[in-house]
Design a protein around this ligand. Structure first.
Ligand SMILES: [Zn+2]
Ligand SMILES: [Zn+2]
Length: 190
């Protein structure tokens, strides 16, 4: 059986993106890891123009080096804090399995709430697989507690940030310079 698989030539999964390479079954994965024809994954910044190949490392480098976005490494199932500063923020979340996420903090001047969203940066395989829990509590001016649990959207940012991905909001009145939200990510397939 192994011999048969070994001699069979299979097309690369990126054939629909122009790759003509055929490999043995065993070398398929190895080729696809570096295939230049992978579905491109873009940058959510609309004027940026960046597009990268399959490797999360390319995006990570772009986000951290070219945009200077802060990052947080996390383990699935363990809660971590993200400080809320008084400005918009894109934060790169790096899972302990190498998956990349973008956490967006948006303080629209006209709005009385701060909006949070998390998306998974994934050029392919957009099957939903991650859940996120966000929670915030403040006992300074009022007793305020909010919690949201949601499925994380996967996106390649084709056309920018996916719309309507805001999943958590906190009143600006409840925030001060020391505020942070608690975030927990879960890999539902693991
Ligand atoms: Zn290929
Ligand atoms: Zn960019």
């Amino acid at each position: 059986m192994d011999k048969v698989l070994g001699s069979m030539q299979v097309p690369c999964s990126n054939a629909r993106y122009g790759c003509t390479v055929k490999t043995s079954y065993h070398q398929k994965q190895e080729h696809e890891a570096t295939c230049p024809h992978d579905e491109p994954c873009f940058c959510p910044v609309s004027c940026c123009g960046f597009s990268g190949g399959p490797a999360a490392a390319t995006h990570l480098r772009h986000f951290l080096t070219d945009h200077g976005w802060p990052s947080t490494e996390f383990s699935y199932g363990a809660s971590f804090d993200v400080a809320v500063r008084d400005e918009d923020e894109m934060r790169v979340l790096i899972g302990d399995d190498g998956h990349l996420f973008l956490l967006t903090v948006a303080l629209k001047p006209s709005s009385c709430v701060v909006d949070f969203s998390v998306v998974c940066v994934r050029p392919r395989d957009v099957e939903p697989k991650f859940r996120c829990i966000m929670a915030f509590g403040s006992w300074k001016n009022s007793n305020y507690y909010a919690r949201s649990e949601f499925q994380v959207t996967s996106t390649a940012f084709f056309g920018g940030m996916p719309p309507e991905c805001v999943m958590f909001s906190v009143p600006k009145l409840c925030l001060d310079k020391d505020s942070s939200i608690h975030v927990t990510m879960h890999n539902t397939l693991a």
